[in-house]
Design a protein around this ligand. Structure first.
Ligand code: AMP
Ligand code: GLY
Length: 419
């Protein structure tokens, strides 16, 4: 099989690696990819939003399957475009991608089909939003309705902070069109997990769960980011709870999307908080999580290419996962997720690989002889071991061998499981 992966982050690097390790896969291409992926795939310099160029590339190179990483091309209809060309692609079409692209769409679906989630309302008016905040009280959550790269969420501890977020989003258009409408939501208290499933035509293959650390600083403090580190499994969450999430969230959501006439194909990512009343949805994504993919996908022991073919052909498949425990830490540019300086020079990463760690590249590029930071999240460093404790120790020992000028990372990834 020949595979084309679309995207350029750490998540796509993990997808590329998983395909390149599959005996059924002969060649992997990635568009546009990044400097660090060149060892694992052929880099194709086409932008993720250049649908026609991507489709022509897939045709001319006899690509058997295109796998879409990020949400922007999905929400903009890349799947619809490939389908028109009769090309095989994995991801939701434009209508189904609304599950991620519009928080209001997702919230209304959950309300209609009794899928557990926090109480909420949508507003486009600053004063009405503030009145609702006053009524619910703090802590309370303010979210941009549209896409904001994981940064359009403010968990406000006071009414004043929530009011400020509303003013920024609606009044000052902090996220442009994406925040002209905001969702105000009840604060949910509990452990957070990422529960992802492969979905196609009513078939659901759930993956092993993971936990992301979304806040920028240690102790889960500071602003929300795309994710600063993750691990899988999540031992503090019982299997029964995962089963309950499958029964009350995953299956009903797949059925609801079918009933609404927007059947879902792709990765259904349920972001859940395990409250005292059970799992509740804080968000759906219509694609793999980043950095969750980098700690989940390497645990798949089945041939990824064969599995994808079976899924799309609707043939039964025994999807297998290993007991290895994986923990990964993001190295980010100083200042991320706020104003940051890109361009920090990375140290010699072969030191990490020699120590038995894996490096997934997110925002890296080659300048002259050097590998430099080219984004907020730069690399993710992962260890796969018999236990998370050993994996954590190994990652931090590896990182301490190098200096990280102009970069930073959290030193406590995994802390919730070791309490
Ligand atoms: P989202 O982009 O909706 O996933 O939100 C980003 C992060 O904000 C989540 O991963 C949670 O850590 C936090 N969050 C979002 N919604 C809620 C909520 N209703 N209650 C508590 N925390 C939340
Ligand atoms: N790490 C969270 C996400 O991918 O949305």
């Amino acid at each position: 099989m020949k595979i084309l992966v679309i995207g350029s982050g750490g998540r796509e690097h993990a997808i590329v690696k998983q395909f390149s390790h599959s005996p059924s896969v002969s060649e992997v291409f990635v568009a546009p990819g990044n400097a660090g992926m060149a060892k694992d795939a052929q880099i194709v310099p086409i932008d993720v939003m250049a649908f026609e160029e991507l489709a022509q590339f897939a045709k001319n190179n006899a690509i058997d399957l295109t796998f879409v990483g990020p949400e922007q091309p999905l929400v903009a209809g890349i799947v619809d475009h490939f389908m028109k060309h009769d090309l095989r692609i994995f991801g939701p079409n434009k209508a189904a991608a609304q599950l991620e692209g519009s928080k209001t769409f997702a919230k209304e679906l959950m309300k209609k089909y009794n899928i557990p989630t926090g109480a909420y309302e949508t507003f486009t008016d600053v004063d009405k939003a503030k009145a609702y905040i006053e009524k619910l009280g703090a802590p309370i959550v303010v979210k941009a309705d549209g896409l904001a790269a994981g940064k359009g969420v403010v968990v406000a501890l006071t009414v004043e902070e929530a009011n400020g977020a509303v003013e920024d989003m609606i009044g000052n258009q902090l996220f442009g069109e994406s925040s002209s409408s905001v969702v105000i939501e009840e604060f949910l208290d509990g452990e957070e997990i990422s529960y992802m499933s492969f979905v196609h035509n009513g078939q659901i293959y759930p993956m092993v769960i993971s936990q992301d650390h979304k806040r920028a600083y240690e102790g889960d403090k500071g602003p929300n980011t795309g994710g600063m580190g993750a691990y899988s499994p999540v031992p503090q969450i019982a299997n029964e709870v995962v089963q309950l999430a499958y029964d009350t969230v995953v299956v009903p959501t797949v059925k609801a999307m079918e009933q609404e006439g927007t059947p879902f194909t792709g990765i259904l990512y349920a972001g859940l908080i395990i409250t005292k009343e059970g799992p509740k949805v804080i968000e759906f994504n219509a694609r793999f999580g980043d950095p969750e993919t980098q700690v989940v996908l390497p645990r798949m022991t089945s041939d990824f290419g064969l599995f994808m073919t079976a899924l799309l052909d609707e043939k039964p498949f025994d999807l297998k996962w290993s007991d290895r425990e994986i923990l990964g830490v993001v190295i980010a540019s100083a200042g991320y997720p706020g104003d940051m300086k890109k361009g920090a020079k990375l140290p010699d990463l072969s030191v990490l690989e020699e120590a038995g760690l894996h490096v997934f590249h997110a925002g890296t590029k080659v300048v002259g002889e050097n590998l430099v930071a080219n984004g907020g999240r730069v690399i993710l460093v992962v260890a796969s071991e018999a236990t998370l404790k050993v994996a954590q120790k190994k990652v931090y020992e590896g990182l301490s061998k190098l200096t990280w000028d102009g970069l930073f990372f959290r030193k406590d990834i995994g802390w919730r499981t070791f309490q």
